[in-house]
Design a protein around this ligand. Structure first.
Ligand code: SF4
Length: 358
């Protein structure tokens, strides 16, 4: 299948596959008129019988809301944790990345659109897994962390929560990589089973969110504050899209939010965009742009700022914030933890305690 979007890309009706494998959704209300109200994300879709919500994977059948993608994976891939814009948690750890289909956003430049946009997902890419299958595969492959990623794992919530809870009993950790457009109730449940969050903030502008992602910003920021207050490890990323978010106003608002509402020690990754989906005519983000964002963040007081989707750059490395010793060197997705970094996250040279967790 071509990865280039056009009006002629084949569409599929995945609902035809699903009659005997559906599971009742979590986080919804049954209403007296047979409709259901989904509480998973801030859209709160009111769904009539026979209809689906915005994300297309939660459907009202006879007054009950079903999640129709439970255990259905499009990706189950061994990678390194750095692929998730995660530099301060178990550097170099092997992860099992799990992706699904459907999304509660629809970003015009989505880099995973053939899976996030349900109607373009080829049925032959979907495989069925149980919680036990995932744990068995992870253990067999020497995995430390399950990574819920690719499309937004928000819309796979029931399988994520069930599997993450069980995986912990087997010594596995869980990473949740998301645009974080969720209800506060759901974030509270996730905090109980997730060990690390990779949160993607698209921009710092409500109008931008509505226009380019079809979501809205305030819940994303509220949820990020909630995770911060919980004490669970998290890192932020911002996709720097050429012509849209590669500007000082976006960088400054992001930096100010971190400084005022979170902590300067929150790692932020400014990642490069490549042309995709409906944004084929915008050039790949120049390395200088993400590097400029990273330098601006450091200059304004953030302790750890990085570039992303780059192979080689000083902006990929971690230096001691105090004595500037190189602690972790990265080339692409290869990671080299230096002897200058102790296993408790302390700089061997000057004794500074970083936030890196092994
Ligand atoms: S998760 Fe899907 S069905 Fe539920 S409120 Fe969000 S978009 Fe609507």
């Amino acid at each position: 299948m071509s990865n280039v979007y056009s009006e002629s890309v084949p569409k599929h009706n995945l609902h035809l596959l699903w009659n005997d494998t559906r599971k009742e959704a979590y986080f919804y209300d049954k209403l007296s008129d047979g409709k259901t109200k989904c509480r998973l994300c801030p859209r709160n879709c009111m769904i009539a019988q026979g209809q689906s919500g915005f994300c297309k994977v939660r459907k009202n059948i006879d007054g009950t809301l079903y999640t129709q993608n439970y255990g259905k994976a499009t990706h189950i891939t061994v990678e390194r944790i750095e692929a998730e814009a995660m530099f301060h948690y178990k550097p170099g750890a092997k992860i099992l990345s799990l992706g699904n289909f459907g999304c509660n956003l629809n970003c015009d430049y989505c880099q995973n659109w053939t899976f996030s946009q349900f109607q373009y997902t080829p049925p032959q890419t979907i495989q069925e897994y149980t919680t036990e299958d995932v744990i068995r595969k992870a253990k067999a492959d020497g995995i430390e962390v399950l990574s819920w990623t690719y499309n937004d794992p928000a819309v796979w919530m029931e399988f994520v929560i069930d599997t993450a809870r069980e995986a912990r009993k087997h010594g596995l950790k869980n990473l949740f990589k998301s645009a974080f457009f969720l209800s506060p109730e759901v974030v509270s449940e996730l905090i109980k089973v997730i060990d690390v969050f990779a949160i993607s903030i698209k921009a710092m502008d409500e109008d931008y969110y509505k226009k380019f992602t079809k979501a809205w910003l305030k819940p994303v920021l509220d949820n990020t504050r909630q995770v911060h207050e919980s004490g669970v490890h998290y890192e932020l990323s911002n996709l720097v899209v050429t012509g849209l978010t590669n500007n000082d106003d976006n960088y400054d608002k992001m930096i100010d939010f971190i400084l005022k509402d979170l902590t300067p020690k929150t790692p932020i990754h400014f990642t490069r965009f490549h042309p995709d989906y409906k944004y084929m005519d915008h050039e790949k983000t120049p390395l200088e742009d993400v590097f400029a964002a990273r330098n601006r963040a450091m200059k304004k007081g953030l302790t750890y700022a990085y570039v992303g989707n780059a192979f080689e750059s000083e902006g990929l490395n971690t230096y001691c914030p105090s004595c500037k010793e190189l602690l972790v060197e990265r080339f692409g997705l290869s990671t080299f933890v230096k002897e200058s970094l102790k296993q408790d996250g302390t700089c061997n040279k000057c004794g500074y305690k970083t936030t890196i967790v092994f």
